[in-house]
Design a binder for this molecule. Structure first.
Ligand code: PRX
Length: 633
């Protein structure tokens, strides 16, 4: 690819061009891809409706760019290296030729099962090669994938399936995650009781857990694959045809389906992959995220493959069978780029250096961080012990809605500063605004982070509800895309993300809405009302603190058992990732006379800082604060 920046001067020149003439800048980048038909207009946009279109009239298929066009030059190069959960199980390496073959076969399986261009497909799978293959198979035939992370509950899957009216589900009998076995098919079966749109379920065999197979609805992937050939021409897609939906949490209501389209997303994920990580021929890139999240979509699957890179896909968790697992994988596969989350780093730090010292990490050249602010201690530990002070750390800030990284150092090119995401990538125009929406100029300032110009990877809509997209992102500050994050810009013009300014939590890098957790808690019988806030957590970054009013505890249930019942309820409604870390039973919540919960006070108490709770005189019943303070857990 011809778009990799090599020096800081080049970065500055690219940045300047991208601001002065964004259309020319992105048109030049996009020339590096294979288009069946060129676009006629590079960009059309307004942030009021919003309406953003890139590469208008261009025709392409992203899998031709990720697979077919590499066959002549790198058909025998590894595309995917798969490392299983159990280190003793044999892994799999798929060359570009093998991956192409398998994607075409899977695409034919989808067609055989009635899938047509534009149909939505839900994928609920473990981190196995078949997950990446399923994603690409959808893209091959123009079906829209909606991957649901394997930690979500049946209810969450059902909500997502119904919202997108998915026609087919791809899953497996079960998943191995660390020492656990998760019965994925059985969870899907529970979900499908309430999902009339689903006509077919394709089941892969992974754990050999016995599963129910309904005649007429459920088919085995292995058997289906025997019925097809590897000949599957790619569907011609418009640049603005939908590529995928990915659900993410916001401050209100149910998760929304963020929509990304074929052309812009491809160009943006590929461009940022190549530049941020400075990927070089034959390197091995290991992104530890799950493909169920945007990081996995962009930096395990699409970004690396569009660049002809070798991407490592790991099924397990960092602490199984022990806390040396990441380092063992780095050593075994000679990983060059490691991209992980601060929560993983903090968790591994707590095991000391012994697990690190057992392995040779000298292959590493670039380290990445994503998903939440990285604290200085974790940054230095990563730098000293993993990078041996020899690998640039790229602290990459972005969101599901962005498609790819927006603010980040370019590895080895941008001077890094611990805890700073540093500078915007070319094409990215951040602004900080105050509460009134006034743009704050100059350096040494802080405010709410917005973007004033579109980049190719920006979301196009939220599925089935464009108005929600407008309200959530484009109405707070008219004319701007609002990220929901607070941010400071220091004297050097470097950006540091300080965390969400809305009611969205970031727990172990997972985005969870407080309202969502409250709704789940309130579904527990006996719960009258609840309020959820985040508090600083050493490993998770943020923990979930729930204040709960119950009417009465059932016979034989004490407070402890009821708390566990509430946790079970939240797991059932959302999934284990949303379980509160702390529950405090209270008799009332601090509300203003108009009935609004004063979360500021609850946050302070959850943080253990009760010395200065600010003005409480507007509260309906100030005494409730004393009670909550006294009972804090
Ligand atoms: O608060 C920011 C935080 O994660 C949010 C986006 O979450 P999600 O859509 O799940 O995507 C995560 C992975 C791209 C942001 O609004 N966030 C993400 N990366 C960083 C971060 N906060 C600080 N520093 C980061 N590098």
């Amino acid at each position: 690819m011809n778009y990799q920046i090599q020096t800081f001067d080049e970065y500055q020149a690219a940045y300047q061009k991208s601001v002065e003439d964004p259309e020319a800048f992105w048109a030049e980048v996009a020339q590096n891809f294979h288009w069946r038909k060129p676009w006629t207009k590079t960009l059309q946009w307004n942030f009021d409706e919003p309406n953003v279109k890139w590469f208008i009239g261009g025709k392409l298929n992203i899998t031709e760019n990720c697979l077919d066009r590499h066959l002549a030059t790198r058909g025998d190069q590894p595309a995917i290296i798969w490392e299983p959960n159990d280190p003793h199980e044999a892994g799999v390496t798929l060359t570009y030729r093998m991956l192409h073959d398998q994607v075409c076969r899977m695409a034919n399986v989808l067609k055989r099962n009635g899938v047509r261009k534009g149909d939505r497909i839900c994928i609920y799978m473990p981190m196995v090669p078949e997950l990446a293959i399923a994603v690409l198979a959808c893209a091959r035939i123009g079906a829209v994938h909606s991957v649901v992370f394997g930690g979500f509950s049946a209810q969450s899957i059902a909500d997502r399936i119904n919202d997108a009216q998915c026609k087919l589900v791809i899953t497996s009998d079960g998943a191995f995650r660390g020492g656990k076995e998760i019965p994925l098919k059985s969870v899907v079966d529970d979900a499908l009781i309430g999902c009339p749109s689903v006509e077919r379920v394709i089941v892969m065999t992974r754990t050999r857990t016995p599963v129910a197979m309904l005649k007429g609805r459920d088919v085995w992937m292995e058997q289906e694959l025997k019925q097809v050939t590897a000949d599957c021409p790619a569907e011609e897609m418009d640049a603005e045809d939908m590529l995928f939906i990915l659900y993410t949490s916001g401050s209100t209501g149910k998760p929304k389906g963020v929509v990304h389209t074929c052309g812009g997303y491809m160009v943006y994920s590929a461009y940022t992959f190549s530049n941020v990580f400075q990927y070089k021929e034959n390197q091995v890139h290991f992104c530890t995220a799950d493909i169920g999240w945007i990081t996995g979509h962009s930096y395990i699957v699409y970004g690396p493959l569009a660049n002809g890179a070798t991407t490592l896909l790991f099924e397990g968790v960092p602490t199984y069978p022990d806390a040396g697992r990441f380092w063992e994988i780095v050593d075994k596969h000679q990983v060059n780029i490691l991209y992980t989350a601060p929560t993983a780093i903090r968790s591994l730090m707590s095991f000391g250096l012994e697990p690190v010292q057992k392995y040779d990490l000298s292959s590493l050249q670039v380290l990445g961080s994503v998903g939440e602010p990285i604290n200085a201690e974790a940054w230095h530990w990563y730098d000293d012990n993993i990078g041996k002070n020899n690998c640039p750390i790229v602290d990459t800030w972005w969101q599901t809605e962005n498609g790819g990284i927006l603010i980040s150092p370019i590895a080895g090119i941008t001077k890094t500063k611990p805890t700073y995401a540093t500078l915007p990538l070319p094409g990215v125009q951040p602004v900080l605004v105050d509460e009134n929406g006034k743009i704050i100029e100059g350096n040494g300032v802080s405010g709410n982070l917005c973007m004033k110009f579109p980049w190719p990877g920006i979301l196009r809509t939220t599925y089935g509800d464009h108005e929600r997209c407008r309200q959530t992102y484009f109405s707070t500050y008219p004319g701007l895309y609002f990220t929901g994050d607070g941010c400071l810009r220091d004297e050097d013009g470097y950006y540091r993300i300080t965390g969400r300014v809305d009611d969205v939590l970031n727990v172990s890098g997972h985005r969870i809405g407080t309202a969502e957790v409250e709704n789940a808690i309130n579904m527990h019988t006996g719960v009258v009302e609840s309020a959820v806030v985040g508090y600083p957590h050493d490993i998770k970054g943020q923990g979930i603190y729930a204040y709960v009013i119950t009417d009465q505890l059932p016979d034989g249930h004490d407070a402890d058992l009821t708390k566990r019942d509430i946790l079970a309820t939240v797991s059932r409604v959302i999934g284990p990732i949303a379980k509160p870390d702390k529950i405090q039973f209270v008799t009332g919540l601090p509300k203003t006379r108009s009935g609004k919960i004063m979360r500021r006070i609850l946050r302070k108490i959850a943080e253990g800082d009760t010395s200065n709770l600010g003005d409480t005189t507007t509260l309906l019943d100030p005494a409730v604060v004393e009670e909550i303070k006294a009972g804090a857990v």
